[in-house]
Structure formats: C-alpha cells, structure tokens
Design a protein. Structure first.
Length: 431
C-alpha cells in the first residue's frame, strides 16, 4: 500500500520506517525542511537504536521518501497516519493545535482525490478527540465519511530506545475504525505483522492507550508504596515483587521500585486522563494517587541521603544519571529534575553526570555543575544518588566511590552491587 505519515518525531519516523520495511511505500511529511533533507539523505533526525541503517537502506531502495508537501503525499497514498505531538497544557489537558493543523493539511490533499482514503490518528489523544476534532475538519471541506474517506485510530505502544523493535514485534496492534471498510484497510496495513490485531471502536482504541500507560505507571507507584513499608520492617521490595510477579495474572514487569517514573509519556498521559476524567464527571482517585506517590519518590531519595550524611547546606552531592531512563538523552520529566531542585532548596551543591543527557539537563536546571565522567562527579562529593539505570553504572566498584570525600550512596535504581561494598555506606529504596 501507499502510506503517508504526518510528523517525523520518534513515533512518526519509526512508524514510517517500520511500514516501509514491511513492504509499503511510505511518504514521511514534516514541515521542517532540515528534518526532511536529513531523512532523504538516510540520516534520522532523532536517535533510536537500529533506525539509521534501516532508514538509509529504505531511502536508497526508494521505499521511503520525505517531503514538506502534505497535499502531494496524501494525494499519492491510500492511508495517512497522523503522528504529531499532543503536549500537555497547564491544566493537564492535551494541546490539540498540531493535530488540528495536520488535519487541515490532510483535508486539502483529499478535496480533489478520487479514491477512498483512510485518515488514521496515531497521536495519543483522549477519547472522543478523533471524532470531535479531526472528523469535522475533514467534513468541513465537503468530504463525506464512508464515501470519500474513513476515519481510524491506531495507538502506539513504543518505548523510547527500543521503539523499532516494539514496532516490528508488537504485543498487540489496536485498530479503531469508523466503519468496516476502514477497519479492513487498516488491518491490511498490518497484515505482515506477527501479532494479535484487535479491532475496536475509535473511542475504545483511544482509551486503550491511556489505560495501558496509566496501568503501567500504577504498577510502579504501587511497588513504590509497598517499598516504603518494606524499608520500615527490614525486608526487600524487590524480593517481594519477585514473589508477587510469579502470579501470571500480575507478572513482574514494571514493579521495580525506585525514584519513580519520568519520560514524555507516563506523566503526561496520566495528567491528561485525570483531566479528561474530571471533564466527564468521574473522580480519578487512583490516578491522582499514582502521581502523588511518584512525586514523593525523588524527595524520599533526598531524605534517605540527608538521614545518612546530616544537614545538606554546603554539601556537594553527585547525581549519577540525569536522563529519565537509561540509554537515552531525554530528560523530559526525569526524576532528576525534582531531585536536584530539592537538593538545591535544602542548600546542597549539585554535580551531575550522564553519559548522554548532560547538556539537555542544563536546559532544565542551570544551577548545577555537569561533570564529564563518573570519576569527576564523585571526586570530593559528600554523597551520591544514582538516578538512572545506565549500563555504565552497573560496573562501578567500591574503588570508584572511595574517591568521594565521604563514600555515601543512595541507589535509586538498584544498579549497584552492594555485596561488594565494605567501606561505602550504601542504601537503596525499598530495602
Ligand atoms: C512508555 C511505555 O512503556 C510505552 O509502552 C509507551 O508506548 C510509551 O510510554 C508512550 O506512551 O509513548 P517510555 O516512556 O519510553 O515508554 O519508557 P518506559 O521504559 O516505559 O519507562 C518509563 C519510566 O518508568 C522510566 O522513568 C523508568 O525508569 C520508570 N520505571 C519503569 C520504573 O520506575 N520502574 C519500572 O519497573 C519500570
């Protein structure tokens, strides 16, 4: 099939590359000419493992092309996936402005198109958005639903860092469609994937995305709450969750307690679902608690550290890991942000180290020194918190921490091996 993708962020580009690799002819559209040129030269404007060689191959094979021209792309294709951002507004709701402008551009491409076209939203949008926002724009230029076009919603479940693998080998593919023809066409797009395809109504597909992310976030906050009880009674939450996770109805994934969840998805999607829930008159008690627990965890790590080293004014604290998780330079909603703010508020000096995210972090908080290496960050520090589960930190030994003025460590992600420590004072969350 011929497919156009609007937006070449990490969802759009991974979707484009994945669908092209599965044999579709793909046109990626972006307003940013620099991104378009970069894609056409085989270089992804974002970093995702495995993306560059595959993009380069697909561009050379003419299987994927990028353009700034939405109208042309839509005209030459059968299906359009809208993959634009839906960032948070200050009230927690989602900003639909990119969705609106993309839909308007797509509608222009459809006005003098003879054949049936499916417009499918992949952006994360609260239930009702596809039908309340996208549909009227398409109908507004005289197009008829079911005759000229079909409307779909196909949420993404991609994790940053392993997005390409998640796209190529998904646990499930969820397709929402306005009618049978649309559902059939979207199912055909994914016919070469070895995965369960679930077909549903559009609102249901929209809700599946939010419910999935919220439940994963709930598992993390749940484990964090249990972890604080474990600390009080001298047992280990990781061992508890190993036992809990053996129940196949629960499973062990996303039960790792620590400094909490960050990233561009969980916090934003939870806030959007809370906002949505309130607009329809449902009190979102669990979701609000999930956020509260998550906001407390980085503060809890600072409390543990203060408990070990005493009052913080004038103390130099090293934060290992500034990204929201390992293997990425993304600092959006990283737990390092509230953690560093709290340390500064309590009068500490902070030095941070991250293999990739140092410069990005400086855009969030300027009042921090960025070290070039773990050694430089630890050297002369009075305490240290491990915030991100980078592979690099797993190999740190007692010797590395003995370079500190006082070797005191709070491991927020269970990456260190305390069995090897005899002179380092070590504590972790949940044990
Ligand atoms: C998440 C979901 O996992 C994807 O399925 C979803 O498609 C994506 O959001 C999205 O909506 O686009 P992502 O934000 O890339 O993916 O990152 P995750 O690997 O899920 O981690 C999120 C956060 O939870 C990280 O800060 C991580 O450190 C934390 N986490 C994860 C824990 O604290 N404990 C755990 O047990 C697991």
């Amino acid at each position: 099939m011929n497919v156009s993708i609007i937006g070449t962020g990490y969802v759009g580009l991974v979707t484009g590359v994945g669908l092209a690799q599965k044999g579709h002819k793909v046109f990626c559209v972006d307003k940013d000419i620099k991104k378009v040129k970069s894609i056409n030269s085989g270089v992804p404007p974002i970093f995702e493992r495995g993306l560059e060689p595959l993009l380069d191959k697909l561009v050379k094979e003419n299987q994927l092309t990028a353009t700034t021209d939405t109208v042309e792309a839509v005209k030459s294709t059968d299906v359009t996936f809208i993959c634009v951002g839906t960032p948070s507004l200050s009230d927690g709701g989602i900003d639909k402005s990119f969705l609106v402008s993309a839909s308007k551009d797509v509608s222009q491409g459809l006005t003098d198109k003879e054949s049936y076209h499916v417009v499918c939203v992949k952006s994360t949008v609260v239930p009702g958005t596809t039908e309340d926002v996208v549909l009227p724009i398409l109908e507004g230029v005289g197009l008829e639903l079911g005759k000229d076009f079909g409307l779909g919603m196909n949420p993404e479940f991609l994790r940053e860092g392993v997005a390409l693998d998640d796209f190529m080998m998904p646990d499930r593919i969820v397709i929402g469609g306005s009618d049978e023809k649309t559902k059939e066409i979207l199912t055909k797009v994914y016919e070469n994937f070895d995965s369960t395809i679930m077909v549903a109504e559009i609102k249901t597909a929209e809700m599946i995305k939010y419910a999935s992310n919220s439940l994963l976030a709930t598992k993390i906050s749940f484990s964090n709450e249990i972890s604080r009880m474990c600390e009080k009674i001298g047992i280990d939450v990781y061992e508890v969750m190993d036992g809990v996770g053996l129940d196949h109805r629960i499973n062990r994934d996303f039960l790792n307690a620590g400094v909490g969840f960050g990233g561009s998805c969980f916090p934003k999607d939870l806030k959007a679902l809370i906002h949505f829930s309130q607009t329809i008159g449902v009190n979102p008690r669990i979701l609000e608690a999930v956020i509260k627990v998550n906001e407390y965890q980085p503060i809890h790590a600072v409390n543990i550290l203060e408990d070990m080293i005493g009052r913080l004014p004038g103390k130099k604290i090293a934060i290992l890991g500034l990204a929201f998780k390992g293997e990425t330079d993304d600092v959006r909603e990283s737990r390092a942000i509230p953690m560093v703010k709290e340390l500064l508020r309590r009068g500490a000096k902070v030095v941070g180290y991250d293999p990739k995210a140092g410069n990005n972090f400086l855009r969030e908080i300027v009042n921090i020194e960025i070290a070039e290496s773990v050694e430089k960050a630890l050297s002369g520090s009075d305490g240290c918190i491990v915030q991100t589960d980078w592979e690099e930190f797993r190999t740190l030994t007692e010797e590395d921490f003995l370079a500190m003025r006082t070797p005191i460590v709070v491991d927020g992600r269970r990456v260190l091996n305390p069995d090897e420590f005899s002179r380092v004072r070590y504590r972790t969350i949940g044990r």
